[in-house]
Design a protein around this ligand. Structure first.
Ligand code: MN
Ligand code: MN
Length: 344
């Protein structure tokens, strides 16, 4: 059976695992951008690994804010804003960061075992022509200007890299203390919070700009579903949804209006995408608990679920619309279910 009901629909699934790796001595990165995954116009992702002491060099993104989730290990970030205010933070598994568009930052792996994290950007084309790295910049600038700017002689700059390094060893430990002169923190300990939704079938941890005020353009979440459980049919009026499967196996249904829809299965390492306003559901079809990173390109979280919608309407409307007898309509959920348990 074709995964799409209509071949004019794009693919809503992308295998990040199969992407070629940008491999460097101190780490690697794999990315899912709009180039390879055309439906993902507004959100892109990068899976990154840093060896101990590996530094994702100082850089900024001209067209996207960056949201990060630590999958395993520990990292330290530095960030500066246009007022010169800065923050250094350390992150553990389950913590997230948010860096506003254009703000200069770096990420350093601290764990002896290495550190893996997911970066998500609120622009599908964040990568090509829009990530500005320190070494790329300085190597593209006449040496005498760099020397003049830094108050050094050109000879003193002889060892400057002659092209972008991307990931390098960090030569010295700056110490383990967090420093902050920013009014708002860039760090949120997402998985240390109580879940926003806690049901028999699963849980959802949300961080919108309500919980994490600096995160003005992105809402991030972790969805955990027990085997057989369903994150019910719903849509988001204000945002696209990007998902990455950390563990388990799911079925994603996407309804694209006009008799068009898609049903795909996703496993660990795969990315799914649902454009703004498209109806969708996520069901755990595996044997294990599944854990999913969910990111929306709005700092305001909005959704309408099927059960909430139907239960808020008069029974006569639902009965007539769905051609269901009134006694059947009376059995429908009386309020939003959100997650429906797979347990019989
Ligand atoms: Mn970045
Ligand atoms: Mn959703």
């Amino acid at each position: 059976m074709p995964s799409n009901s209509d071949n004019t629909l794009p693919e809503f699934k992308f295998n990040l695992n199969n992407q070629s790796v940008r491999e460097l001595p101190y780490g690697w990165a794999k990315q899912a951008t709009v180039i390879d995954f055309p439906v993902s116009k507004n959100i892109a992702g990068v899976l990154m690994y840093l060896k101990p002491g590996g530094l994702r060099e100082l850089h900024w993104h001209a067209n996207a804010a960056e949201w990060g989730y630590v999958i395993s290990g520990n990292v330290r970030t530095t960030i500066v804003d246009p007022e010169g205010r800065f923050e250094y933070n350390e992150f553990k598994e389950g913590d997230i960061w948010y860096f506003p568009r254009g703000h200069g930052h770096s990420i350093e792996g601290l764990s002896p075992e290495g550190t893996t994290f997911m970066l998500v950007f609120d622009n599908g084309s964040f990568s090509e022509f829009a990530t500005f790295s320190l070494t790329d910049w300085l190597s593209q600038t006449p040496k005498e200007i760099v020397a003049k700017n830094l108050g050094l002689s050109q000879e003193e700059l002889n060892s400057l890299p002659d092209k972008e390094v991307y990931i390098v060893p960090a030569s010295e430990n700056i110490g383990d203390k967090s420093e902050n002169s920013s009014p708002l923190t860039h760090k949120y300990e997402l998985m240390s919070q109580s879940p926003t939704h806690d049901h028999d079938g699963g849980k959802l941890w949300i961080s919108s700009s309500v919980e994490f005020p600096i995160s003005e353009t992105i809402t991030g979440a972790i969805l955990q579903l027990n085997p057989g459980s369903l994150r019910e049919l719903h849509w988001h009026p204000n945002a696209d949804e990007w998902i990455y499967i950390l563990s388990g196996k799911i079925r994603l249904t996407v309804f694209a209006s006009s008799a068009k829809s898609s049903v795909v299965e996703l496993e660990k390492g795969e990315v799914g995408y649902t454009p703004m306003g498209y109806g969708h559901s996520i069901e755990n079809i595996g044997e294990e608990v599944c854990k999913i990173i969910v990111v929306f390109n709005s700092g305001v979280y909005e959704e309408i679920s099927l059960t909430s919608w139907l239960s808020s309407n008069p029974e006569s409307i639902v009965s007539g619309n769905l051609n269901l007898p009134p006694e059947i309509v009376k059995k429908l959920p009386k309020k939003e279910k959100f997650i429906i348990s797979g347990k019989k």
